[in-house]
Ligand binder design. Structure first.
Ligand code: ADP
Ligand code: MG
Length: 248
């Protein structure tokens, strides 16, 4: 067990059963503030299902998920987003016909007050925030480009930007660098390191070079259970992990 610390996310005994098959089986995870945690594991290990459970897309059969002390297993998906959990899926869901600016603008959270005050004129606060996020995601020169002209990697960044503009305290990414070029992967690592100044990140990833570059801690899932956990070096040298990745 870890020492008592401020965990952003505390998952205990998390289990989901699909027709008797436990895709996630008694998983416990403790994510700290500003931590980048990477979940690795073979296909079918239950990685995506863990993110589905956290964001409320799938309901847990057993166990608890506490985010800043608040139990998420009882909340609906939009309530979980509102609580400060952002989740990026494997395929980008951006608006292809809209510009980078417009995509980011649409994701800007509008409280009732702001919404009421906003007519057709772009509020300066929105413009400033969009500009700040565009710089962060390396798209400051693309604000007026339609999203369909972006590279695959740039689309992934745009979607990360659309989440960042909502300022989540926990950001979850499922295989963010899949299909990216080497230089895009480097930039993505830099991006993730930058954004953890004020949030935690939970990433599923297969690219071990990328994992090594970003992970504070790695959790290895196998058949719905935590097989190993710790630094990249520790899990890489764990005989149980080597067995799963190289054995049979
Ligand atoms: N909604 C579902 N209904 C039934 N089985 C599911 C469902 N979602 C996932 N599974 C199964 O759970 C297991 C874990 O899937 P998944 O979490 O997608 O694995 P990973 O992301 O690690 O590759 C797989 O065997 C998958 O077929
Ligand atoms: Mg998956």
């Amino acid at each position: 067990m870890y020492q008592q610390k401020d965990f952003v996310l505390t998952i205990e005994g998390l289990t989901v059963s699909f027709d008797g098959f436990k895709a996630v089986n008694d998983v416990s995870l403790y994510i700290e503030e500003q931590e980048i945690r990477v979940i690795i594991g073979p296909n079918g290990a239950g990685k995506t299902t863990v993110l589905d459970l956290i964001c409320g897309r799938t309901k847990a059969t057993e166990g608890s998920i506490k985010f800043k002390g608040k139990e998420l297993t009882k909340l609906k998906e939009h309530e979980i987003v509102h609580a400060g959990v952002g989740r990026k899926f494997q395929n980008p869901s951006i608006y292809e016909d809209l510009t980078v600016f417009e995509n980011l603008e649409l994701s800007f959270p509008r409280g009732k007050k702001v919404w009421g005050a906003l007519t057709f004129s772009r509020d300066q606060e929105v413009i400033d925030k969009v500009t700040e996020i565009a710089e962060m995601i390396f798209l400051q020169d693309k604000l007026d480009s339609p999203a369909n002209l972006l590279s695959h990697g740039q689309k992934q960044w745009l979607e990360i930007g659309m989440l960042l503009i909502q300022d989540p305290e926990l950001l979850m990414l499922d295989e963010p660098v899949a299909g990216m070029s080497v230089s895009e992967r480097k930039q993505t690592a830099e991006l993730l390191q930058r954004i953890t100044k004020d949030r935690s990140v939970l990433v599923i990833e297969h690219d071990m070079h990328f994992v090594e570059e970003i992970a504070d801690r790695v959790t290895v899932l196998h058949q719905g259970q935590v097989l190993s956990e710790g630094s990249m070096e520790k899990v890489q040298n764990d005989p149980k992990v080597i067995e799963v990745y190289l054995g049979h």
